[in-house]
Design a protein around this ligand. Sequence first.
Ligand SMILES: CC(C)(COP(=O)(O)OP(=O)(O)OC[C@H]1O[C@@H](n2cnc3c(N)ncnc32)[C@H](O)[C@@H]1OP(=O)(O)O)[C@@H](O)C(=O)NCCC(=O)NCCS
Length: 171
Amino acid sequence: MRIDIGDWQIRSYRPDDAESLAAAADNRKIWRNMNEGFPNPYTLADANGWIALTRQESPERNFAIASGTEVIGGIGLKLRDDVFHRSAEIGYWLGEPFWGRGIATAALSALTDYAFVQFDLIRIDAGVFEWNPASCRVLEKAGYVREARLRKSVVKDGQVIDRFLYAKLRD
Ligand SMILES: CC(C)(COP(=O)(O)OP(=O)(O)OC[C@H]1O[C@@H](n2cnc3c(N)ncnc32)[C@H](O)[C@@H]1OP(=O)(O)O)[C@@H](O)C(=O)NCCC(=O)NCCS
């Protein structure tokens, strides 16, 4: 899979992405805003493991955000089942040197459009920790609406915090 977003791409991970993935992802400021599955420190072994996992996905759900030569971030979907099977959760991160250039907003908008069609979804949502206003802004710029403050729903970095729930509907 490959979607072009200006100078950048959303694309499938490749085995030779491990070094740039580990370099971009090994950052406590990123880890602090992610679920616990995202390692810190983020080693080359972690990167190789993640790439191998994504390459076995069917359908493919997790993608690199990349330049022509290296991975600069990640974006992915968690598909749901049962009565929730037409909704999914979206998550994303970007290496710190690339923050503040609109890349996350472009990636989120593009993968949202792709996911509505590819997985026949009617709703995509995302959870943001209360201390992450930049990600709230990214979601709002991509047309997501804040639906709730889930009070004291998260324990991260030794603190009990609130999480904002954002969602975008297909139409
Ligand atoms: C959050 C993150 C994805 C943003 O990526 P990005 O490419 O810098 O985002 P964009 O440039 O598209 O947009 C960022 C917006 O947040 C705003 N912003 C940045 N810091 C902010 C702050 N402290 N308070 C309020 N707004 C802030 C920027 O001004 C910009 O909005 P604008 O275009 O209206 O000026 C990136 O910082 C990141 O990966 N953080 C760590 C992991 C993470 O938080 N993942 C999301 C988990 S929900």
